[in-house]
Design a protein around this ligand. Structure first.
Ligand code: AKG
Length: 287
């Protein structure tokens, strides 16, 4: 369980390091599984069997010489990642941070920045990029599979920004920030009055292998190039609460798996959105 002061820190900043959740063996198992999936490749999974929802170099179009492997829903092809989305400490912490007693997985995603040529994940907020679910309250758990450091492109966070509303259009103007040296130089935004943090003060957010970091879906975050000789592998697990509703007008890669009317509760969306907690109790792993 998170302590009261950890929950208060999350509420103040919009992010929190929850400490170590995997030992070396657990980390290595997930690295090995990631390697197996990468070796299988995007074309290697059967069309009609379990496969990741998305599997690509997400920066290929804008920066072909760089790479960020993004694999969405690796849990669908890996027992080890499926167990991770149910990790009791992580699920319990998400429940504390969302104050919800029902939780589903919205989706997961590997973000792997290879050594030497890892690309940028521009400053963004998650919730505005997820327009098929409302309200904008999900919380994510991000588990490092390597020490994520300033050198190899750890995430950066902007304290208090989860209380500044939807600022995705402003953040899109900051896409020129790519290098470690300038990633924190966000310019041109004045936080709304009375919302806690009065200034934009981005900071690097190192997370060691096996640790979990939590962030609110409105927290400003991103990560610069990996120019170091160390890989930066990580898995983000995005959780939604029982109050989440489907917004049929939006677009998102997960929409293909939702067969619901507009406004329906996402807890009815089915097998691609596994429930991990019901009535405050961990939900059993399917299968
Ligand atoms: O892994 C990264 O650098 C970014 C991950 C991210 O944007 C997220 O977990 O929401």
């Amino acid at each position: 369980m998170l302590t009261d002061s950890q929950v208060a820190e999350f509420n103040r900043n919009g992010f929190l390091n929850g400490g170590r959740v995997l030992d070396d063996t657990g980390v290595q198992e997930l690295r090995d599984e990631l390697k197996r999936v990468l070796d299988t490749g995007p074309e290697g999974f059967p069309e009609d069997g379990p496969r990741p929802v998305l599997f690509h170099n997400m920066v290929r179009d804008r920066e072909p010489e760089r790479c960020v492997w993004q694999i969405v829903n690796i849990w669908e092809v890996s027992g080890a990642y499926q167990r991770l989305i149910h990790h009791p400490f992580i699920v319990g912490a998400i429940s504390q941070l969302t104050e919800a007693d029902e939780l589903m997985v919205w989706h997961d995603q590997i973000q792997y920045k290879p050594a030497g040529y890892g690309g940028v994940t521009s400053w963004h907020q998650d919730a505005p990029l997820w327009p098929i679910i409302r309200p904008m309250t999900p919380v994510s758990a991000w588990v490092a599979l390597d020490d994520a450091t300033v050198e190899n492109g750890c995430m950066w966070m902007t304290p208090g920004s989860h209380r500044w509303g939807n600022q995705i259009e402003f953040l899109r103007t900051q896409a020129h920030l790519k290098q470690t040296e300038d990633f924190g130089r966000i310019e041109g935004f004045t936080p709304p009055d009375g919302n806690g943090a009065e200034k934009v003060a981005p900071r690097p957010w190192p997370v060691m292998a096996g640790e979990v970091s939590f962030h609110h879906s409105l927290t400003w975050h991103g990560s610069p190039f990996n120019r170091s000789q160390q890989p930066r592998r990580a898995i983000a697990m995005h959780y939604m609460t029982g109050e989440s509703r489907f917004v049929a007008s939006g677009q998102h890669v997960m929409k293909a798996f939702v067969d619901l009317p507009d406004g329906a509760p996402m807890n009815q969306a089915g097998a691609h959105f596994p429930r991990v907690m019901k009535n405050g109790k961990p939900a059993a792993l399917a299968g």
